[in-house]
Design a protein around this ligand. Structure first.
Ligand code: AMP
Length: 115
């Protein structure tokens, strides 16, 4: 837990969120400013600022994030039509919260390339 991190506080329940999933290692919640009908963020409870800060010791955790996102996408009914995972990295990547979060976006056709 990092005191000044909003996603650490959300995972700890200190800031309210619309929970989608939680276990010992992971937490998932609906984005407060959704970019699509389904927009969920999957985060590790442990504070890692960006995926570029992850090391070999985080490989299993990152894998669990992907598999949990798959389960959430299925629960949201996104798999048949297709959907998108997004990991924004750093300033030019559009990252605004520096605690790893995997965006699960779907429920409408999504344009490519992104802005
Ligand atoms: P990124 O730009 O990739 O860092 O994504 C950060 C995301 O966090 C944005 O889509 C925000 O809408 C979302 N967000 C910020 N604060 C909250 C919050 N309190 N609850 C839910 N989502 C949030």
């Amino acid at each position: 837990m990092t005191d000044d991190c909003i996603f650490c506080k959300i995972a700890a329940g200190d800031i309210p969120s619309e929970k989608v999933y939680g276990d010992e290692e992971l937490y998932a919640f609906r984005d407060i400013n959704p970019g699509a009908p389904s927009h969920i963020l999957v985060i590790p409870r442990r504070h890692i600022p960006s995926v570029t800060d992850a090391g070999p010791e985080d490989a299993e955790l990152l894998g669990k994030m992907m598999l949990r996102a798959n389960a959430i996408a299925a629960e949201e009914g996104l798999v048949d039509k297709g959907f998108r995972y997004v990991l924004n990295c750093g300033e030019w990547g559009g990252q605004t919260v520096f605690h790893i979060h995997l965006h699960v976006l779907g429920g409408r056709p999504l344009a490519w390339p992104p802005g």
